[in-house]
Design a protein around this ligand. Sequence first.
Ligand code: THU
Length: 160
Amino acid sequence: MKNIELKINIGVYNTFEELPSSVQKLMSKAIEAKQTAYAPYSKFSVGAALLLENGEIVTGNNQENAAYPSGMCAERVAIWSAATQYPNQKILKLAISASSSSQILKEPVAPCGACRQSLLEYEVKQNEKIEVYFTGEEGKIIKTHSIIDLLPIAFDKSFL
Ligand code: THU
């Protein structure tokens, strides 16, 4: 057996103000989208904003359901909305912000595994990386340079 080390390079911004201004704008849209999340059960609100190649910003937030598994995460609401409205536009960046009613989220909230898989589909489709920026309510923002950095050794269409 040989061991192969996988290395992932991430960016860490200490404050919102440290972000490039285009990302500040995108993150502001994610924060705005978070305000209208429908999360009466978890009381955990997430907003996501995607910047497309044509300059459009598409947002999404989490939508819960009394039958719990029928709800949907903010990231997938956003990416499927973008894929519906702008099927041929490349996605450049994704910003994600989360809030909880039970604690102030001081650490960046990373997208869940199912969202990573769904997001990867579109990164593979467009053959160009999507930058991801995620944060909590205060403090640091983490940047990954691509979706595959969030989901190494992934399943994709190449196996089908
Ligand atoms: N949630 C998201 O919207 N995105 C994630 O990546 C993690 C979780 C939502 C789903 C659910 O409505 C609530 O947060 C608590 O899990």
